[in-house]
Write a protein that binds this ligand. Structure first.
Ligand SMILES: [Zn+2]
Length: 265
């Protein structure tokens, strides 16, 4: 982790914007609000470049370890921070994709339109289309997006794949998604995927998806369009959503989080 943080975050984002621009791809960044507050200019830059910022909570904590009041406070506080920064936030992904069963009820009350982490649960992960959560026997207003199991931490840290292998693995998932006419979403953290050696994967995967007829847009655009038309824009065959969480800007933030976690642990 320390080595990764030697690349300044501004460079990481710049690397990503450059390759995505080549293929006209959009990216969504679920961002920890306490982190966003420290560098509002970087967060505003994301929006100015045509990408999306979502909430990743206020603190990077596991929501199931909080009380329901604390969960509500954390989520609402995060939304207040982005509002204060003048950033339009429509989506949410809980830290570590870690949800309690009743969180759809909380999310339903926030005015958010999509969630991109609840769909990482084993029972939703393999879904090929947006879905709605069950809230006291009714379908949620909020749209839930299945989250693919292939993430950068799994592919790079756990499996030790090189950039070519990462691209190959993601492309296989994209090819399968193309056959479903549905949606595929990846969580590819900027801290790894924005590094010079891996950033090209984002371009290559987007290019592969475009070749198969994908619409590569932001979750907000995709959700709004799908809910209104029940098909993809411009008769695209399927939808690729590239996302990646921002948990911290520099190594000291990462350290602070570990220390803080120890203190409460
Ligand atoms: Zn995170």
């Amino acid at each position: 982790m320390m080595k990764l943080h030697r690349t300044p975050f501004q460079t990481i984002l710049h690397n990503m914007f450059t390759v995505l621009e080549e293929v006209d791809g959009r990216f969504a960044f679920p961002t920890i609000a306490a982190v966003a507050k420290m560098k509002p200019d970087l967060v505003k830059m994301i929006v100015d470049e045509g990408h999306e910022v979502a909430s990743h909570g206020y603190n990077h904590v596991r929501y199931p370890t909080l009380t329901s009041q604390e969960r509500e406070r954390d989520l609402r506080l995060s939304l207040q921070v982005f509002k204060k920064l003048g950033i339009d936030v429509n989506g949410f992904r809980a830290p570590y994709d870690n949800y309690t069963d009743d969180m759809p009820e909380l999310i339903e009350q926030t005015g958010l339109i999509w969630d991109g982490g609840f769909g990482y649960r084993a029972e939703h992960r393999e879904k090929t289309h947006f879905f709605h959560a069950d809230i006291s026997e009714q379908k949620s207003r909020v749209t839930y997006i299945p989250l693919n199991i292939q993430s950068d931490d799994r592919l790079i840290d756990t499996m030790g794949l090189n950039p070519q292998e990462v691209t190959k693995t993601l492309n296989t998932e994209v090819s399968n998604a193309a056959k479903t006419n549905g949606v595929i979403m990846f969580d590819l953290h900027p801290i790894r995927m924005g590094q010079p050696e891996y950033v090209g994967c984002l371009r290559d995967v987007t290019q592969h998806a475009l070749g198969l007829g994908a619409w590569c847009t932001t979750p907000t655009e995709a959700v709004k369009y799908w809910e209104a038309h029940r098909r993809w824009k411009g008769d695209s065959k399927f939808c690729l959503l590239l996302t990646g969480d921002i948990d911290n800007w520099v190594f000291s933030d990462y350290l602070r989080r570990i220390l803080w976690r120890r203190r409460i642990g």
